[in-house]
Design a protein around this ligand. Structure first.
Ligand code: SAH
Length: 383
């Protein structure tokens, strides 16, 4: 077994090299903060609400389109409140346009990705919380390159606002036009960028024009299992869904698949998940990538079933998605079916995730943000 870093990298720790954070944006501030800033700029405080209504209410991100702002003020307000955070590099589509992956360049050249998924009854965006990731899970493409930096609150929120605008434009045929769900399952470990992620959630759920007005229950935070941060999240007055990337029911294998397990063991991370469920009343989603001959044995299904039976939990099996250079494959379907059967026999609710976006490297674990990666069969350039 490999020995991997025990302590998650924290770029905000004292002494850590501070990565270049982007300029402040209105989504970093609550409405009161925006009013303060606008007043300091010598503008009437109602301009804060006006510009917020454009951004969060109408999903307009381009100041040139905010024509009810006098031209003289518009530029000054745009400079201070709407700096360009995300520059689109490429947008790829598959599933007849129902899945779209956006690749962004940030102000410091870092690349991140987000994915929009349309369903008949809902529209979900999967957003990134960090450029890269420090968690080093060997089966995940993002984990291979390491962590570049945390995203700011506004860099996180702007991904959702941009893609909510794409959905509203009707580009996602066969889906409602309104963004309904956000999952923190893009690049990065959201709980390693705790404060900015929690602030971003507050913006996503605040009613317009303060925020995007999504339901807390429609927001999912996925984590490798940073135990203290799970407890902290439970104590916020939020009831977002927690997803735990478990991937193995035993420490020996999980130490390898999810290296942070060397710091917080399976029993500790599950205890934290049950504490979260008890506190919020929300069922925890247990993520389990099915990896052929690695974690898909019947005995591991039985062990997982015993750990989860009677708990407020739902298992989401994810067929392993291919990543460059990976030595692992997805489990064969009959093995997957047997795994599901054993979990259900143990009384554990289980589904197999429909993995969207494989053809565009937009599926779980495939977000690596290499600008020149892959070809572009169904996509289009939008930069
Ligand atoms: N760092 C967080 C957020 C990323 S979410 C976390 O790990 O939970 C991405 C989800 O996809 C996680 O459950 C992750 O373990 C899973 N995943 C990563 N690589 C994968 C792959 N190659 N195939 C299938 N799922 C994968």
């Amino acid at each position: 077994m490999t020995s991997l870093p025990l302590i998650p990298v924290d770029p905000d720790a004292p002494g850590a090299r501070r990565a270049a954070m982007p300029p402040q944006h209105l989504a970093d501030l609550d409405l009161a903060g925006r009013k303060d800033l606008v007043t300091k700029l010598g503008e009437a405080s109602f301009r804060a609400r006006q510009i917020s209504t454009h951004y969060f209410g109408r999903l307009v991100r381009d100041p040139a389109l905010m024509t009810d702002l006098p031209t003289s003020s518009r530029e000054r307000l745009a400079d201070q409140l709407l700096p360009r955070l995300l520059t689109p590099v490429r947008e790829l589509a598959c599933d007849d346009g129902a899945t779209r992956k956006a690749l962004w360049r940030l102000h410091d050249g870092s690349l991140v990705e987000s994915v929009l998924m349309g369903y008949p009854d809902r529209v979900t965006v999967c957003i990134s919380s960090q450029a890269g990731c420090g968690m080093a899970c060997p089966f995940c493409a993002t984990g291979q390159a390491g962590l570049t930096r945390n995203l700011s609150t506004a860099e996180i929120v702007d991904q959702a606002v941009y893609l909510a605008g794409v959905a509203a434009s009707g580009k996602v045929a066969g889906s409602p036009p309104r963004l309904s769900h956000v999952v923190f399952m893009g690049m990065g470990e959201p709980l390693a960028n705790y404060n900015r992620v929690v602030t971003a959630i507050r913006r996503l759920v605040a009613p317009a024009p303060e925020g995007l007005g999504l339901s807390q229950r429609h927001i999912t935070v996925s984590t490798v299992g940073l135990v203290p941060a799970i407890h902290r999240l439970a104590s916020e007055d939020l009831s977002v869904t927690l997803a735990l990337s478990l991937h193995a029911p035993d420490d020996e294998l999980r130490d390898e698949l999810v290296p942070v397990n060397q710091r917080w063991k399976v029993c500790e991370v599950l205890d934290a998940a049950w504490a979260y469920a008890a506190r919020t009343g929300r069922r925890v989603s247990i993520e389990y990538a099915m990896i052929k001959d690695v974690n898909d044995q019947p005995w591991r299904a039985d062990l997982l079933g015993r750990l989860l039976a009677g708990k407020l939990a739902h298992v989401n099996l994810i067929p392993l998605n291919p990543t460059p250079g990976s030595r692992w494959d997805a489990s064969p379907k009959p093995v997957e079916r047997e795994f599901v059967r054993r979990l259900r026999d143990a009384g554990v609710s289980t589904t197999v995730r429909d993995t969207r976006g494989r053809e565009i490297d937009g599926a779980c674990g495939q977000l690596a943000a290499a600008e020149d990666s892959g070809t572009d069969p169904a996509g289009e350039m939008t930069a």
